[in-house]
Structures are given as structure tokens and as C-alpha cells.
Design a protein around this ligand. Sequence first.
Ligand code: PHE
Length: 440
Amino acid sequence: MSEHKTTTFSSKIGLIMAAAGSAVGLGNIWKFPYIAGENGGGAFLIVYLICVALFGLPLIMTEFLIGKRSGKSAYGAFQTLNGNKRWNWISWLCMLTAFLIMGFYFVVTGWCFSYLSEAVVHVFSGLDTEALSAHFVEVSSNMPRMVVFSIIPVVLTAAVLWFDVNKGIERLSKILMPLLLMMMLMMAGRVLMLDGSNIGMQFFFRFDFLKITPTVVMEAMGQCFFSLSIGMGALITYGAYMPKTQNVTATSIQVIVLDTMVALMAGVIVFPAVFAFGFNPAEGPQLVFVVLPAIFEQMSFSWFSSVLFFALLCIAALTSTISLMEVAVAFVSEASGGKLNRHKSVLIVSGVVVVLCVLCVLQPRLFDYFDEATACVLMPLGALSMSLFVGWALPKNGEKGVIHADKGIKRWFRKIYIFMLRWIVPAAIIVIFLNSLGLI
Ligand code: PHE
């Protein structure tokens, strides 16, 4: 284990903010609106919320408990709890997922940094709908620029990890998360006053049963895992840093509520604006990058609002990339048996990530592939494996049972939790997989 094994967050709220910082990110503000837009709006929303209700609590709790009980990151946790190496492949799965997500996530973070720099110099003022779409294409296909802008967040993330985990992440998240929420509330208020915004609200909130297809269900499950950072070990690491007295259930619920609120708010900002300005809701990954600048043009203090918002978006992305990179860094330093210290591991991981980012910039098909494969295949697989590990492999009430990591869990709730983890969660994931493959 890295030298951080015994570090804990200095406060409970610090851990909640850091875990929420991992969850709340581009997944909520960039990905949620575009996936919802491509998958029928309201139909997607309802399936998404069902997935959050079904998977969110048992799986976030599981990752926290694995980390808290073992005191280890995703690398050492399974072996420590199980006493043998039989389940260690889950650690490898987590690391693979972390690298693939980082490959495309840093590119999108790069778009955010690029937009921030342009907001500062007022590039968007006066651009109409078409010009904004054309602008995105121009910026994102400018390879040298995109390579540079993707490397900036890699360096910033590496810098935070280079120093101590609780100092960097905790301080940042405690101040900036609430600021982001306030800013989004103001934007939602402005957008809802636009003419035609009600069409967007209908698109987002009107539930049409006929629009639910196996693809919609699969995408909603993937988005749920991606947005909550479930199924690749990020929350195991934070569980290991959790103060011993922290209540796992309450913390998990707080993270879910915050994350879902931000996703809903992103929808309430983006869709009314999409229809009011005449964009296409199924525009794809560029959706928020064309819609947001158009919204800022309508707001008072447009320069200030757009700079502040893109700055907060960059920071929300960074609090997620920190947790992503931490999985890989802890993995590399532990897997080397202590030969590679934290600093060396940070350098190695950043080097690999830069290569992956460059590949994603040069080859947009790879970008889409990483995006799709991680959310819809690897993260559900990771979650499935973890639920089987805790539900079946570890004796439920024995010394090794992770539930003992939290004395605060009530007896009746324990039973429900274990039942969900043994039966409902694995069955639901398997059924959704088979259904999307057309096998049932
Ligand atoms: N949950 C993050 C987001 O919504 C992405 C993420 C996935 C972060 C997995 C860490 C681990 O942006």
C-alpha cells in the first residue's frame, strides 16, 4: 500500500465532498445531457433514476465498505479481505477501466479548459447557433491545440496527487462544490425565463413508455455507473481514507443525492435552452459546448458568468480526474511491491495517460469507443464482480464481512443490503446485458 494507507480525511464533510467531487463532474454536466438527448429525454430520465435507486446505494456502500474494512486501495483490498489472490483480477479490471476513462475524460476536460480560455477573451460573443456549432468542430479538430489542452489537466491532476491526498482534494472540494451548485441554480433560473423553454422541459420530463428500448436501458445503466463513479475502485480508495466513525450509509446517500441533483440541474439548464435556441437535442458530445455559450449570451454579466462557469466546470472535472488517477497511482505503487514510490508512480501513470489522450485526440473513433466501453461494459462488469465478491465470496457475518467496517448500519438494513447485493444487483446487471445483446 502507498504511504497513504493510514491517512484519513480530517473531517467527515471533507470525505463527503471529495467523494461527491469524484461523482460530480463532466459525467453530470457534459455526458448526462447529451446521452439523455440522444435517448429520448424523459424516457431516458426515468430509467436513469430507476438505475440510480436500484444500484446506487448498494454499490456505493459496497465500495466504501471494501475500502474502509481493508484500509487498502482497489489494488490490495480484495486480497486483504479474502486472504488469497483469487479475486485480484478485479483490481486489474479497475485499473484498466481507470486508464480507458482517463484517455477520453482528459480530452473532454481539455475542451473545457480551451473554452475557459476562450471565454476569457470573449470569443463567443455575438456568435449564433450555427456559428457556435461550427466553432466547436473547429476547436476540437485542431489537433495540436487539443493535445496541449488535454495535457494541462493531466499535469494539474498529477500535481495534486504528488502532494498529499487529503490536503489537496479536501480543501478544493469543500469550497468549490457549493459554488458550482449556486452557479447552476442561477443559470437554470435564467434559462427557464427564455421563450420556448417549456418545450425543453417537456422533452426532459415527459415520460414516454414507447421510447424505452434495450439501448436506452443499457445507456442509462452505464450513465448511472459512470456518473456515480461506481465499478472501478475510485470509491474503494476513498473508503480507505474514511474516518472510522463515519456512517457509510448516510455518506453514500449524500453522494447520490448531490450527484443526481447536479445531473437534473444540467438537464434543466440544457434542454430548455436547446429548444429555445433551435439546437438539436441529439447533437452528441458537443451538445453542452454549443448550448452553454449561447446561454451566457443571454445572461447579465455574460463575460463574468461564462468565465466563472467554465472555471468551475474545469474544477469539477479535476476533482473527478484526481479520483480516477488515484486508482491507477495506488495500483502501480502497490503492484511494484514498494519499488516505485508515489512520485514515481504518478510520473508513470501520467505518461501513459498522455499517450492515451493523444491517441483519443488523433482518433475520435477511439474516443467514442473508450467512452462507450467503459460506461456500458467495464463499469457494470466491475460492479457485478464487486457485488459477487462481497455478497458471496466473503462470509456474511464472519470476521471478513465488510459490513463490520460500519457499526452504524441497522440490523434490518443490513439484511436488505446483503439481499440486494447477492440477488437484485447481479441479476439486474446480467438481465440488462443480455437484453441489450438481444438474447432475452
Ligand atoms: N463520476 C465522474 C463524472 O461524473 C466520472 C468518474 C468515473 C470519476 C469513474 C471517477 C471514476 O464525471
